[in-house]
Design a protein around this ligand. Structure first.
Ligand SMILES: *[C@@H]1O[C@H](CO)[C@@H](O)[C@H](O)[C@H]1NC(C)=O
Ligand SMILES: *[C@@H]1O[C@H](CO)[C@@H](O)[C@H](O)[C@H]1NC(C)=O
Ligand SMILES: *[C@@H]1O[C@H](CO)[C@@H](O)[C@H](O)[C@H]1NC(C)=O
Ligand SMILES: *[C@@H]1O[C@H](CO)[C@@H](O)[C@H](O)[C@H]1NC(C)=O
Length: 359
C-alpha cells in the first residue's frame, strides 16, 4: 500500500513536469506500447544488472547519435524506433525500467517500450538469462494502465488505451529454444503451444483496454548468420524457416478468430518472413552486398562470436543485412519498418500499420 502511494505521488509530481514538457508528437499521434524481444529492445536489458543478454557496449550503437551504445542490438536505431518515428514519435518510447528509474512522468501516457532481449512467448524461454518475460512485460503494462486510470479517470483512460498502438515482436527465441533443447515435442504441437500462449497474452492486453494490435511475426530465422554456420554450405537452416512459416500461418488464423470474438479489436499482422526473404532473394534491389555475413562479430560469417569491442567491424554498414549474428542493421530495420507502415498485403495484412494507427 505504502509503495503504491509513493508511486502515485511520483506520478503527480511528474504530472506537473509533464505539463511543461514540449511534445513533438501531435494530437494525431497515437501512443505506442511496445512488447517483445531483442528486435524491439531499446535498452531494457541494460537496466538488469544480472542480465546476460545485452548490447550496452561498442561496437553496438556506432551509428547512433554520438556513437552511443544504448542497449539496442544494432549499429543504430532498430525497428521499434523507426516504426515509432513513422507514427509521429521522435523514436521508440523509453524502456519501462528507464521510467522507473528516472521517474514516472505523464510521458508514459505517450508510450512505453517493454521489450526485453531473449524473451519469448513462453515463460520458460530465456528464464535463466535474467530478462523480462512477455508475461512480466504485460504486468508492467498493467501498472502503467493503473496509473493512467488514476490520473485521467476510467473513461478517459479507456479512450486513450483504445487509440494506442500495441506493437509486439516475439516468437523467434521460442523456436531457437526448441532446437537448442533438441525438443522431441511434435512440431505442430509446439507451434500450437506458442499460439495458445499468444492468445493468452493478447486477451490479457485486451482486458486491460488495448484494442489496436500491430503484430510482427517471425523472420526466416534459419537465415541468421548464427544458424547458417550450422549448415556446411553456409545456406539457411531450412527446418527453422519451416517453423517460422508455420508460426505465421497459425498466427494469421488466431488473429482472424480473435478479431471476430473481441469487440473493436483491430490488428495488422506483419509478415517478417516475406519481407526478409524478399531482400535475401533480391539483395541488389536494396543495394545489399552481404546478406549472410554479420557486420560485427568474429569467425566464419562473423557469426561465431557476438558483437563486442574487439570484434571485426565492417565499414559499409548500409550494405549488410545483418548487424551481428542475430540482428538486422539499422538500414535493414528501416526497410522493415517502412514495409510494415506503408506496405501492401503481401507484407502486412489485413491493413498496414499506418491504417492501424489512423483507425
Ligand atoms: C530446455 O530444457 C530445459 C531442461 O529440460 C528446461 O528447463 C528449459 O525450460 C527448456 N527451455 C526451453 C526454451 O524450452
Ligand atoms: C543448407 O543450405 C543449402 C543451400 O545452400 C540447402 O539446400 C540445404 O537444405 C541446407 N541444409 C539444411 C540442413 O537446412
Ligand atoms: C541503390 O543505389 C543506387 C545508386 O547509388 C541508388 O540510385 C538507389 O536509389 C539505391 N537503391 C536503394 C533502394 O536505396
Ligand atoms: C498502406 O498504407 C498507405 C498509407 O500509408 C495506404 O495508402 C495504402 O493503401 C496501404 N496499402 C495497402 C495495400 O493497404
Amino acid at each position: 500500500m505504502e509503495k503504491t502511494n509513493t508511486l502515485f505521488y511520483i506520478v503527480l509530481i511528474g504530472t506537473l513536469f509533464g505539463m511543461l514538457q514540449v511534445s513533438n508528437a501531435t494530437n494525431h499521434t497515437p501512443p505506442i506500447f511496445i512488447f517483445g524481444d531483442s528486435t524491439a529492445d531499446v535498452g531494457t536489458n541494460s537496466f538488469l544488472p544480472t542480465s546476460k543478454i545485452r548490447a550496452d557496449f561498442p561496437h553496438n550503437g556506432i551509428d547512433f547519435p554520438h556513437s552511443k551504445p544504448t542497449g539496442r542490438f544494432s549499429n543504430g536505431f532498430n525497428s521499434a524506433d523507426l516504426l515509432s518515428k513513422l507514427m509521429g514519435h521522435r523514436r521508440s518510447p523509453q524502456p519501462y525500467l528507464w521510467f522507473l528509474k528516472a521517474g514516472l512522468t505523464t510521458r508514459i501516457f505517450r508510450g512505453v517500450n517493454f521489450a526485453s532481449g531473449a524473451s519469448g512467448l513462453l515463460d520458460v524461454t530465456g528464464k535463466d538469462l535474467n530478462i523480462v518475460s512477455i508475461s512480466e512485460q504485460i504486468k508492467q503494462f498493467e501498472t502503467v494502465c493503473s496509473i493512467l486510470t488514476y490520473v485521467k479517470g476510467r473513461d478517459a483512460a479507456m479512450k486513450i488505451l483504445a487509440r494506442s498502438v500495441i506493437a509486439i515482436s516475439v516468437g523467434s527465441n521460442d523456436i531457437f529454444g526448441y532446437f537448442e533443447n533438441q525438443s522431441t515435442i511434435e512440431p505442430l504441437v509446439f507451434i500450437n503451444s506458442l499460439i495458445t500462449a499468444y492468445e493468452g497474452h493478447i486477451n490479457a492486453l485486451y482486458n486491460l483496454g488495448a484494442r489496436k494490435f500491430g503484430i510482427i511475426s517471425v523472420p526466416p530465422i534459419g537465415c541468421c548468420p548464427s544458424q547458417r554456420i550450422h549448415n556446411s554450405t553456409g545456406g539457411c537452416l531450412e527446418i527453422e524457416n519451416t517453423f517460422a512459416r508455420a508460426f505465421h500461418s497459425s498466427l494469421d488464423v488466431l488473429l482472424k478468430k480473435l478479431s471476430f470474438k473481441l469487440p473493436d479489436m483491430k490488428y495488422a499482422l506483419g509478415n517478417s518472413y516475406e519481407m526478409t526473404i524478399n531482400v535475401i532473394d533480391h539483395p541488389q534491389l536494396f543495394n545489399f552486398t552481404s546478406i549472410d555475413t554479420a557486420c560485427c562479430g568474429k569467425g566464419w560469417l562473423n557469426a561465431e562470436k557476438s558483437c563486442t569491442p574487439d570484434a571485426n567491424l565492417c565499414s559499409n554498414r548500409d550494405e549488410y543485412l545483418f548487424w551481428d549474428l542475430f540482428h538486422p542493421t539499422q538500414y535493414a530495420a528501416e526497410l522493415a519498418a517502412t514495409s510494415l507502415y506503408n506496405g501492401g498485403l503481401q507484407f502486412v495484412a489485413p491493413i498496414n500499420f499506418s491504417q492501424l494507427a489512423a483507425c
